[in-house]
Design a protein around this ligand. Structure first.
Ligand code: MG
Length: 371
């Protein structure tokens, strides 16, 4: 089997609003082969930038568009192809957008491999330690503490046993921060797990103070309280904190995750398969396990990312929680025919069909496609 084409389709809602929610656009990737099998992935980055990274013509040996690197290659050799893509872009890549783009292609290669062998991706990763996983509703804070409380009630009623609130307006003032987290806890009740995603809004001293102030609300973790470049701050905070500190969505490579763990000292490593790829995710998860850190997914895009997350989390011995984005986005809610619903215990089943276990609703693609 040979790769014949890397198709990338930019999908975008007609109205993009100024909020930190990645569900308003995506870059859908289809890896086509000469045997008619098609692998599906998505990229969590700037869709138009990633499209250019795929389609760019060769400039020289270490500045190449990714499609040109992959045409004619065997799609089942994902490890070799990862290395080739990295080397072919080393002058312009190594971080962020180029790695995100490689990640989306890597998801499609795993999907293809599963389809080629007729097994779900988790089986190719070594098998599943579990066939369902607890999901947490992942959503932004409300504009006020009362609105945040109502959001918490909504997702508890929907059956979630864990909820994470994130980003703005956290960071506006000390009093409002505490009131927002108090509202979140009141909304979900004392028996559910509560996580807070600070959206990188604090300096080191403020983060250390807020961590102490949030202790009465019993957070399961405090996520990205600091700028993603502030490793020294992460080190100080994680040493002083009683609350587990989570981070990782800003990182894309093994080296960056190593620094986050070894220099930043974070307790919980969040890996986004649509920015990291499954091939590298499994290596990072192994490095995390060696360091006795926990691994969860980061996922705030569509059900393609959620499916990819379910596969890698199923294949990790100690995974316990799935980030499940509950944004009211028509793109998230209609791009795939599969929705991975919550069961009565607040768990989501791991896909059983070959590959990632997602199929695309082509009507949605036509509705939101950018030309
Ligand atoms: Mg986050």
């Amino acid at each position: 089997m040979r790769i014949t084409r890397i198709e990338s389709i930019e999908l975008r809602l007609p109205q993009i609003t100024e909020k930190t929610a990645g569900t308003q656009d995506t870059l859908l990737v289809k890896v086509h082969t000469d045997e008619g099998l098609v692998g599906i992935g998505e990229i969590d980055s700037s869709p138009r930038v990633s499209k250019a990274i795929i389609e760019a013509p060769v400039s020289h040996t270490i500045v190449r568009g990714l499609q040109e690197v992959l045409i004619g290659a065997d799609p089942l050799e994902n490890e070799v192809l990862w290395h080739r893509m990295y080397q072919a872009t080393v002058y312009m890549g190594r971080r962020a957008a180029v790695i995100h783009t490689m990640a989306g292609i890597d998801l499609a290669l795993w999907d293809l491999k599963g389809k080629a062998f007729g097994v779900p991706v988790w089986k190719l990763l070594g098998g599943a330690f579990r066939q369902k996983i607890r999901a947490y509703a992942s959503i932004l804070f409300g504009a006020t503490p009362a609105a945040t409380e109502a959001i918490g009630q909504r997702w508890r009623k929907a059956g979630f046993t864990a909820v994470k609130f994130g980003w703005e307006p956290l960071g506006e003032s000390e009093a409002k921060d505490i009131a927002l987290v108090e509202g979140a806890r009141r909304g979900i009740g004392d028996d559910a797990w509560l996580m807070v995603d600070a959206g990188c809004c604090y300096d080191t001293r403020t983060a250390m103070k807020r961590e102490r102030q949030f202790r009465p609300y019993n957070l399961s973790w405090l996520e990205e309280p600091l700028h993603q470049d502030n490793l020294e701050g992460y080190s100080k905070l994680s040493q002083a904190s009683e609350t587990p500190i989570a981070a990782g969505e800003g990182e894309a490579t093994r080296g960056e995750f190593l620094r986050l763990m070894d220099e930043g000292g974070v307790d919980i490593v969040q890996i986004d398969p649509a920015r990291v790829g499954i091939t590298e995710t499994m290596k990072i998860a192994s490095l995390a396990r060696d360091r006795h850190r926990k691994v969860v997914n980061h996922s705030y895009k569509t059900y393609i990312s959620i499916a990819a997350s379910l596969h890698f989390l199923a294949a990790l011995s100690d995974a316990w929680l799935l980030e499940y984005c509950v944004e009211d986005s028509p793109l998230l809610n209609s791009l795939t025919n599969e929705k991975f619903p919550l069961d009565a215990e607040g768990m989501v089943a791991v896909p059983q069909t070959p590959g990632l276990g997602v199929s695309i609703n082509e009507e949605t693609v036509e509705r939101y496609r950018q030309r």
